[in-house]
Ligand binder design. Structure first.
Ligand code: MF3
Ligand code: CO
Length: 293
């Protein structure tokens, strides 16, 4: 593959550091080759970010986080999900960014808003009004200078039942446990398994077919990130990879269906509640850096 082309020892490194390949990523590439030889899935050079790209993604993330901070300040009972869309659109554009969902594969709005039994991809609408006791996921994705950032949070409206509070809390813990398991030269399956174990231990199920993704130069890049995977499987994590941890955790069955009318919104099959938190992380030499939260 062109992007993993062999580089001469004294030629400039592919990462753009300006250093000679032998003094920069040569050993790194050999280590990856070793894992590939052992039969593991390994990252292509094209999904390993350079320091300049990481800086671009971090700047995009500043807007992404600001949007959710703004929503957190004002979200309340009686507000419509269109109001949330307006806040995200305005905040993003004022800070010089573009909302990534808008017109993405035909998605009509700037943010996803998914309430209670909606798993993800809820479409903001002025007719959808937040009620006392609702739980809602607000999923925000941002483009700045061509760099993508992505994160989502849960919000609890008014007096929320203990049952729903616990789902929201455990789902947050799932993401934190996932984060603790992001380490270079281990596998995405180690991380995904840790997430699933925590959800299952609490009597919940994790959606299998929709998961996390590489994110930075595109909205959705390789690899697909599963949260029901097995230790030692899935892609090797190496420094410079950027991806999301975003498990969808259901109170009942992990099965779901898509809205036939709008073609987007995903609902739990059994009508029980679902929660999701999403962060974007960079794999570092020693562990992980949180890019969005
Ligand atoms: N933000 C979602 C994610 O975390 C993707 C939404 S796609 C959209 O991957 F078109 F619905 F916005
Ligand atoms: Co995402």
């Amino acid at each position: 593959m062109f992007s993993n082309q062999k580089i001469e020892r004294n030629a400039p490194c592919w990462c753009g550091s300006g250093k000679k390949y032998k003094a920069c990523h040569m050993n790194f590439d050999q280590k990856i080759k070793h894992y590939e030889f052992m039969g593991h899935m390994v990252p292509d050079r094209s999904i390993i970010k350079t320091p300049a790209q990481i800086e671009g993604i971090r700047k995009s993330a500043v807007i992404n986080i600001a949007c959710l901070d703004k929503v957190a300040e004002v979200i309340c009972e009686g507000m419509s999900t269109q109001d949330i869309d307006d806040i995200v659109y305005k905040t993003t554009v004022e800070m010089g960014g573009i909302p990534a969902p808008l017109h993405y594969e035909g998605f009509p709005k700037s943010v996803c808003t998914s309430i209670n039994n909606e798993v993800c991809h809820g479409i903001p609408d002025e007719k959808i009004i937040l009620k006392d006791g609702d739980i809602i996921n607000v999923d925000c994705s941002t483009i700045l200078n061509g760099y993508f950032s992505d994160s989502s949070r849960m919000f609890m409206i008014g007096n929320v039942s203990e049952e729903r509070k616990r789902l929201v809390q455990v789902t947050k813990e799932c993401v934190e446990i996932g984060l603790q398991n992001v380490k270079p030269w281990t596998f995405l399956g180690d991380m995904g398994n840790a997430v699933n174990q925590h959800a299952m231990k609490n009597g919940y199920s994790v959606v299998r077919e929709i998961g996390g993704h590489g994110c930075g130069l595109e909205f959705h890049e390789d690899p697909f990130v599963s949260f029901v995977s097995k230790p030692g499987t899935e892609m090797l994590m190496v420094p410079g990879m950027v991806f999301t941890i975003e498990p969808m955790v259901n109170m009942g069955t992990c099965e779901f269906y898509e809205d036939k009318d709008n073609g987007w919104t995903i609902y739990t099959k059994d009508g029980k509640d679902s929660a999701q938190w999403e962060i974007q992380v960079l794999v570092t030499e020693t562990g992980a850096e949180v890019i969005t939260y």
